[in-house]
Design a protein around this ligand. Sequence first.
Ligand code: NI
Ligand code: MN
Length: 230
Amino acid sequence: MATRLCWLGHACLLLESDGKHVLIDPFLTGNPAAATTADKVQADFILVSHGHGDHVGDTVAIAQRTGATVVCNYEMSGWFEKQGVKKVHGQQHGGGHHFPFGYVKLTLAFHGSMLPDGSYGGNPAGFLITFKDGTRIYDAADTGLFGDMQLIGAEGIDLATLPIGDNYTMGPDDALRAVKLIGPRQVVPIHYNTWELIAQDAAVWAERVRKETQSEAIVLKPGEWITIKA
Ligand code: NI
Ligand code: MN
């Protein structure tokens, strides 16, 4: 019952564990790097880190098609209900909740969170997910570097997904510092190469991670799966 991760392009991740599909930040329509489409992707739960369009993406359409529960901060949960999403679960930073697939805690993220229609989206979050098989994943989502990543790392991270695109989030240098603070067993770069403004050479970054840390850096192609070492 291994836990698997697929990078679907940009910040969109699909996690599969014990037959459950957990989709994160499903920006597929309009995403030049999208590896699937909103009418095909599987989801039992959809986690949305913040209100920006490149993260909310197709959440409403996918939730309506699949009946998935949307998990996000309290402010956005009310907005999703107004958009017609039937099953919504609101949490807040530092708070965790047990779902059928595992435990999800919202973490800090230094970023913005305005929703696509200009509504207030609360504060942006990352996700610390502990699956039933014990696999623990930290998706930093959109954020700058912050020292408390060390506290998140102290929980013991099997795999971290970190933005490296720069401009809107950490760039390669700060993402490398983040790897040192978190100390994940494996790390996957995200939120780069979607557009020219966030173009980065992930292979070069991965080589720096290998040289300077104990973490295994894995560069995925959009649509590629990996099994996470628990
Ligand atoms: Ni954003
Ligand atoms: Mn973003």
